[in-house]
Design a protein around this ligand. Sequence first.
Ligand code: AMP
Ligand code: GLY
Length: 428
Amino acid sequence: MRVLVVGGGAREHALGWKLLADDPSLDLISAPGNPGLAELGRCEAIAATDIAGLAALARREEVAFTIVGPEGPLDAGIVDHFRSNGLAVFGPSKAAARIETSKRFAKELMLAANVPTAGARTFTSVAAATAEAERLGAPVVIKASGLAAGKGVIVATSIAEAREAIESMLEGNVFGEAGHEVLVEEFMSGEEISVFALTDGTHVLPMIAAQDHKRIGEGDTGPNTGGMGAYAPVSIATGGIAAQTMDRVFLPTLAALRAAGSTFTGLLYAGLMLTREGQKVVEFNCRFGDPETEALLPLMATGLLEPMRAIANGDSIAGAPPIEWRAGAAVTTVVAAEGYPGSVRTGEEISLPPDEGGVMVFHAGTKRNVEGALVTAGGRVFAITALGDSLAAAQKLSASHASRVQFDGRQYRRDIGWRDLARQSDRA
Ligand code: AMP
Ligand code: GLY
């Protein structure tokens, strides 16, 4: 079977790795891919946003189905284009992807379907938005409605800060079109978890929860990033929380999407906050999360290929066996370039340690230079996943492997999973 993976980050590398682990005879093509994916199959130099080029590739190569990694092409309608050309594809339509790409759409859908989430209202005028922030009082959350590369959320600790955020989005154009509509949202507090669900639009195969680490610094300090690491399982995400997430979040959200004529197929990602009043949705994403995917897939004891193929083909997953998980834990440590999450220098030569049992090195921002040497090509360079009998063992192995990845200015956190490790030592 031949499969096309669209994208070129560590998430896509982990997806390709898992599908090949499920079926070693799989013929994997990625576009544009990366040097890690190139070790698993062929990479085609077609951008993830070149929808017509990707569809032509899928047709020419007679791929069984295509998997779309990033949200950009989903928002641009890749799934609609593939389907209307008779090509099987894993991912939501442009309309269903609004659950991520329009925070206004997502919020209105959740509130109408009684999915637990923070109250929020949408504004296009600075005066009205500011009045709402004043009514709610600080802290208050200001969000650009559209896709803003993960940067469109300001948790304002004062009304002055809220006003500044509102003005910069509505008048200052900091996020372009994405910020021309803003949400003014109630502040929630609690720990955040990420829960993924494979879905055919009606039925759901949930995964165990993972926890992302968005801040650059150890102990969750410093600026936000695209994610500096992740681990799974998360001990506070109990079976009770999983059951409630199914009943109160996934099923009603999918039903509301069907009712809106925007049936969602693919991977629905719920970012949940565990508040004192129970779990609430912070956001949905319409695709696999990064770096949670790199931690979760190596822990899967059952296959991903079959449910993904069924969903891509438009088949029901009603009878699919539940996903099973290995014992122990996985920790993913992101190795980033100097200066990240600000601007980074690329082209630094990389030296990788020898392969190590229980460690998967997923490429994110790497490339081969003209001489064929592996060099850095982005802010996040690798995602290093280690499996261990315990979270502590997985963290130690992941961090020690990361410490032996060498290039100038390399940075990584040694504490991925620290919240759960602190809980475990509290219980001991
Ligand atoms: P989002 O892009 O919606 O995931 O938001 C980015 C981050 O902002 C989240 O991961 C939270 O840490 C924070 N955040 C978003 N909404 C809220 C809220 N209503 N209350 C507190 N923090 C929030
Ligand atoms: N891990 C956060 C995201 O994928 O958006």
